[in-house]
Ligand binder design. Structure first.
Ligand code: ADE
Length: 316
């Protein structure tokens, strides 16, 4: 797809500080994705390692118009923490640099050649994954979630759309715009309502099928919330469907609040079913922890200490 003139014409880019990156440091090749207030381009560093990159360009006027300032801050803060050398995880996207000009904010991210996992799953026979492939992606997602939780971050928008597949078939968790630092929950609880919206008044962020009961009731979210969405994602991997589906968002939410879902007779794996049943539980404290999930029978064949040594599926 076409690259707009202002991104091609990189000679006009100005460096704000001597060691700061700017648009002129990158070759922008083509558009690879579009959101409501950002566009992602494939590009390459001009100097040094000449790494391939994904350049996410967020238009300032759209961010302001859509009141997405907090969203952008959260994404930057979470990614900056997760991209420090000592916090790096192979299953989490890396933020190499951020910079801005008069019109836009730029995020320079690690590039994932094969795009998002939903698009790839939709191209598979019956639009679903084989059990072994679902186990591989599930284990890698779980490892990434356990890592971010240890660093005090909840993702809050875990879904296959936010899993990207790299050139080598390994996955990256991306899109930290809805994320929250666990310490912020403590702040929210201690502050008065004038300065901080309460959890109860927090508006819906995310995608209906993956929403948790706690988000709908206005209770605090926790790492267990990401593990609920993980289980919805695992159900999707194995069936191509979602556990909570209905004709309207309202009815999907009602099903989620009542934890009303079923497994079809041809659901492909008893252990996966047992794991999902133990996770799609209304009370966060009654769900398995990530450590208990790793020890569940469904993941028995997965060596979580050496996931990088496992050959990834070739679904692309
Ligand atoms: N789309 C959004 N982020 C991306 C990335 N890091 N790599 C490839 N495609 C993307």
């Amino acid at each position: 797809m076409e690259v707009p003139l202002n991104l091609k014409n990189t000679e006009n880019a100005r460096r704000a500080a001597p060691n700061m990156k700017c648009l002129a440091d990158f070759l922008v090749e083509k558009e690879i994705g579009e959101g409501s207030f950002s566009t992602v381009y494939h590009g390459r560093e001009k100097e040094g390692e000449k790494r391939e990159i994904a350049l996410k360009v967020c238009l300032k006027k759209l961010i302001l118009k859509n009141k997405m300032v907090t969203y952008i801050h959260r994404e930057k803060e979470a990614l900056a923490l997760l991209s420090r050398e000592e916090n790096a995880h192979p299953g989490v996207v890396t933020l190499f640099a951020t910079f801005q000009d008069a019109e836009s904010l730029y995020f320079v991210l690690s590039y994932a050649k094969y795009g998002d996992l939903v698009s790839l799953i939709q191209k598979q026979p019956d639009s679903k994954l084989k059990v072994g492939d679902a186990r591989y992606y599930g284990a890698n997602l779980l490892s990434a979630l356990e890592h971010i939780h240890k660093l005090g971050i909840i993702h809050r928008d875990v879904k296959a759309d936010n899993l990207l597949v790299k050139h080598d078939g390994r996955i990256l968790l991306t899109d930290f715009g809805s994320s929250k630092f666990l310490k912020d929950y403590e702040k929210d609880t201690n502050s008065n309502e004038e300065t901080q919206p309460t959890q109860r008044r927090r508006s819906f962020v995310g995608t209906a099928f993956f929403v948790t009961p706690e988000l709908l009731t206005g209770s605090d979210m926790s790492p267990a919330s990401d593990l609920w969405s993980f289980s919805v994602t695992l159900y999707f991997f194995l069936t191509g469907n979602f556990p909570f589906e209905d004709i309207s968002e309202y009815l999907v939410f009602k099903r989620i609040q009542d934890v009303l879902y079923r497994f079809s007779d041809d659901f492909p794996d008893e252990n996966a079913r047992d794991l999902i049943e133990k996770m799609l539980v209304k009370e966060q404290k009654d769900r398995l922890t990530s450590d208990q999930m790793k020890h569940h029978k469904f993941f028995e064949s997965m060596d979580f200490e050496n996931l990088q040594e496992i050959e990834p599926p070739r679904i692309y």
